[in-house]
Design a protein around this ligand. Structure first.
Ligand code: F0G
Length: 449
């Protein structure tokens, strides 16, 4: 049996359910155009009897695969041989119990946790997925890769592509990318193409280009990428002493994270590794609220895989007719046609999920609150805490429950939003610099009035 028999790809459309070998490279089902999943033959994989068995890998962390916060859980994403696995030390991230922030939000001590994915090598959670995507790219001997990006995917792609000798091209929307991220894509040698349009335009173009030129696509349409992102949930469970939290709160953009988290929990439950699945809250920005609108107003549901496509098509036609382009200061999630929408609906079904949208003001206020308690994050990440305030206020989340917010990216990704918030006194948590003459007495007076 070849190694790839441990896993295969399957179309998520139950009426199609076409299956493909992992050596075949598709980013949508070639038969019906739906998304693909990576599915495992669990009986051919030596999955540990309990999650805590993964802790043994810590003793052999001189092996880079055991050091990696993704690959140390490799039995749960066993789609390629060790020789293809690429790692640059991703996933060394911390779940920080933050009682100071909990207090501000009216949550009991030891109940609020922040999963700080900004600690990844490229500064965002994307590295969890990119290590998996590039391992697959290596397995299938890809020579060139590409992505559309609001910034973080491009930074992560560029760093991994060059660490394994694969060329890469980035598609970004003109003026739609935060400064820190653009600097990374350029500095890591990504061939950067700015399209006069938004992320959704870039996403369409990159798919066409990849199909035409046979380039390996690393957006979250890529099912192998999502396999890596499952490990964010494993690390949260690991850091809670192998216990499952009550709530996972995650920002929603292209909806790759939420999709992969739902898949992780469904698989762990199926394998008997966890006895219950946490609830999930997905937070959109109000200016890019497709999921929130379709889920809450239009009642769009997974429905066993029979998603009502007409609701989606009608809404997208409305957006097109109105010339709508999404707008939010959280540029990472400025997306109106999320490619993983259907998988995300499945995750919401698995996790008894809720969806809400928060304003830019709520996002930047929450970002400053998170910063002031010791963890810097970018605006999209702060949508989690902004959303949590609503969930506590309306009683959806009990302040006694254990809550994990996924802080997806580092504060330095988007310094402009931070500087403007403080300097221009944009909210109650602004902390602008105080100017003073070059005079010792006056300086001391400012510090000790
Ligand atoms: N948070 C950050 C910091 C992101 O960069 C993104 C997505 C998200 C949240 C949304 O995650 O797509 O899984 O729902 N950024 C992509 C990019 C789109 O191109 O960097 P999602």
């Amino acid at each position: 049996m070849t190694r790839s028999n441990t896993a295969f790809q399957r179309c998520i459309n139950p009426d199609c359910a076409a299956e493909f070998d992992c050596m075949e490279v598709y980013f949508k089902c070639p038969r019906c155009g739906e998304l693909l999943d990576v599915v495992y033959n669990w009986d051919k994989i030596q999955v540990p009897a309990k999650l805590s068995d993964f802790a043994d890998r810590w003793t052999s962390r001189d092996n880079p695969l055991d050091f990696s916060g993704v690959w140390r859980f490799r039995e749960l994403l066993d789609f390629c041989p060790d020789s293809s696995r690429v790692t640059i030390g991703e996933g060394q991230t911390i779940l920080q119990q933050n009682d100071a922030l909990a207090k501000q939000l009216g949550i009991r001590p030891s109940r609020l946790f922040l999963q700080y994915e900004g600690l990844n090598p490229s500064g965002s959670f994307k590295d969890n997925g990119m290590t998996a995507a590039f391992s697959h790219a290596k397995m299938v001997n890809a020579e060139s890769s590409a992505c559309a990006s609001t910034g973080n995917t491009s930074a992560s792609m560029a760093i991994y592509a060059h660490s394994c000798g694969i060329k890469c091209t980035v598609f970004i929307g003109s003026g739609r990318i935060a400064f820190g991220k653009l600097s990374q894509a350029m500095d890591y040698g990504g061939h950067t193409i700015q399209i006069r349009g938004d992320f959704d335009d870039c996403m369409l173009q990159v798919q066409a280009v990849c199909a035409k030129l046979g380039i390996y696509l690393v957006n979250s349409l890529n099912p192998f990428r999502l396999e890596g992102q499952k490990t964010i949930m494993l690390r949260i469970i690991e850091q809670l002493g192998w216990q499952v939290p009550d709530w996972i709160i995650v920002p929603g953009g292209n909806l790759g994270n939420s999709s992969s988290f739902g898949k992780a929990f469904a698989e762990m439950k199926q394998l008997g590794l966890i006895d219950r699945v946490p609830r999930m809250a997905i937070i959109n920005a109000a200016g890019a609220n497709t999921l929130e609108h379709l889920y809450n107003d239009k009642k769009l549901r997974w429905n066993g895989g029979n998603v009502d496509r007409k609701i989606i098509d009608d809404y997208y036609a409305e957006l097109t007719a109105g010339g709508f382009s999404p707008h939010t200061c959280a540029s990472a999630i400025e997306i109106s046609r999320p490619v993983n929408l259907k998988k995300c609906l499945r995750a919401l079904d698995v996790c008894d999920g809720v969806v809400l949208a928060v304003t830019d003001q709520e996002i930047i206020d929450a970002k400053a609150q998170i910063g002031a308690v010791g963890l810097g994050c970018e605006p999209a990440s702060a949508a989690t805490v902004a959303g949590l305030k609503y969930l506590i206020a309306d009683g959806t989340v009990d302040p006694d429950q254990r809550i994990a917010c996924v802080l997806t990216g580092h504060a330095l990704k988007d310094p402009n939003v931070t500087v403007n918030y403080h300097k221009d006194r944009q909210g109650p948590f602004s902390n602008p610099p105080v100017e003073v003459d070059n005079d010792l007495e006056q300086i001391i007076k400012l510090i000790q009035p």
